[in-house]
Design a binder for this molecule. Structure first.
Ligand SMILES: Nc1ncnc2c1ncn2[C@@H]1O[C@H](COP(=O)(O)OP(=O)(O)O)[C@@H](O)[C@H]1O
Ligand SMILES: [Mg+2]
Length: 359
């Protein structure tokens, strides 16, 4: 069977790496000549919304999935008339617009930070009155890795943010002084079966995921699963979905969801019985889902902008290095490492050594 992936970045690459042992083949659609999945997959080099390229992809593949949300919905809706696209496009339509996404959360009684649509300078003026200071101004679409968002502490920030973001549909949210960020990653198949990975605890730096740590037996696991289940069922979802949450004073507030494999689930490659990548493929191909249980205590560190010296990383016990074959560039995710240990104390020490290798 052949899987088509819209986007040929590191997520597509890791999907392919998980799929080859199952006998699957892959075609990616990506406009970049050097898309990092292209060394592993057949590559259609064309814009994401190129109708010819999309129908070529559909002809070749048994199912189409996507590795990022900024895909043209209109183009995919045409394709969906004749080809299986999973996860369903309703999930994509919600997740690619922060306002629609948060409105869906609200409908499903999934708590979120307070938010309001910002369509004019006048709306922006009312934001601090409703949300208080500080608040966060974000573009509704196309944001990732903290791009297109500003934390606004005072009037001057507000004008600066307006100058840089005006003209795009925006959303303002209250700033949450959370104790921690977590994510729950679930997988649902076409028969409605849902299983979850253990909770990930995530640390972001400058809006980009820095580390994720699998937290076995965390007391927020069940509450997070309850919230994510509402989404998975409402969307009649098939595939892997991640829900990012803030924890504040024992409560969970949903930040955003991703209808795809997620960076905070990279630890599952070596840390779980079945990785998120394999389970995503199993779900979209209607194969039995694999056990999501953790095999050890695991953490993941992202390599952003530059890769540490591979020899230094590989010297550490319990480490697994992933390089994405991407050119180093400021703010770009170029690889990650997963580190495992039999208990949390040893994991702390190993993680400390791994983090010491970062610039
Ligand atoms: N309302 C908020 N309050 C506090 N921190 C926030 C808020 N929104 C975003 N952040 C911080 O910025 C990070 C990136 O924001 P997010 O909305 O997840 O956008 P992206 O699509 O770029 O991941 C979050 O993981 C969190 O650390
Ligand atoms: Mg996020």
């Amino acid at each position: 069977m052949r899987v088509g992936i819209i986007g040929g970045g590191q997520l597509a690459r890791m999907l392919a790496l998980a799929g080859y042992p199952l006998g699957l083949e892959f075609t990616v659609l990506d406009p970049a000549q050097d898309a990092c999945a292209s060394v592993l997959c057949e590559h259609i080099c064309a814009p994401y919304d190129d109708p010819n390229a999309l129908s070529q992809l559909a002809e070749k593949c048994d199912v189409i999935t996507y590795e990022f949300e900024n895909v043209s919905l209109e183009a995919l809706e045409v394709l969906a008339e004749t080809t299986a696209i999973r996860p369903p496009l309703t999930a994509l339509a919600k997740s690619r617009d922060r306002l629609k996404e948060k409105t869906l959360f609200q409908e499903l009684e999934i708590p979120t930070p307070r938010f309001l649509a910002i369509d004019s300078h006048q709306d922006l003026e009312t934001a601090p009155k409703i949300l208080g200071w500080p608040f966060v101004l974000k573009t509704r679409q196309f944001g990732y890795d903290g791009k297109g968002q500003h934390v606004i502490h005072h009037r001057k920030d507000m004008e600066d943010a307006w100058n840089s973001l005006q003209g795009q549909p925006l959303i303002a949210e209250s700033f949450i002084p959370f104790q921690r960020e977590v994510s729950i990653i679930g997988v649902r198949n076409a028969h409605g079966q849902i299983i979850f990975y253990p909770l990930s605890e995530n640390v972001h730096k400058n809006g980009i995921l820095h580390t994720s740590r699998c937290r076995l037996g965390d007391s927020q696991t069940r509450p997070a699963e309850v919230l994510a289940t509402r989404l998975l069922d409402r969307l009649d979802y098939v595939g892997v979905l991640a829900l990012e949450l803030f924890e504040i004073n024992g409560r969970l507030l949903a930040n955003e969801m991703a209808p795809r494999v997620h960076n905070s689930g990279h630890w599952t490659i070596e840390g779980a019985e079945t990785s998120q990548f394999e389970n995503h493929l199993r779900a979209i191909l209607d194969l039995p889902l694999g056990t999501t249980e953790a095999v050890k205590h695991t953490a993941m560190v992202n390599f952003i902008s530059v890769l540490p010296e591979p020899t230094d990383v590989l010297e550490l016990p319990g480490v697994h290095l992933h390089t994405y074959g991407k050119t180093e560039r400021p703010g770009r995710k170029v690889g990650h490492a997963t580190i495992r240990a039999a208990d949390n104390k040893i994991l702390d020490i190993r993680l400390h050594h791994l983090l010491a290798l970062l610039p």
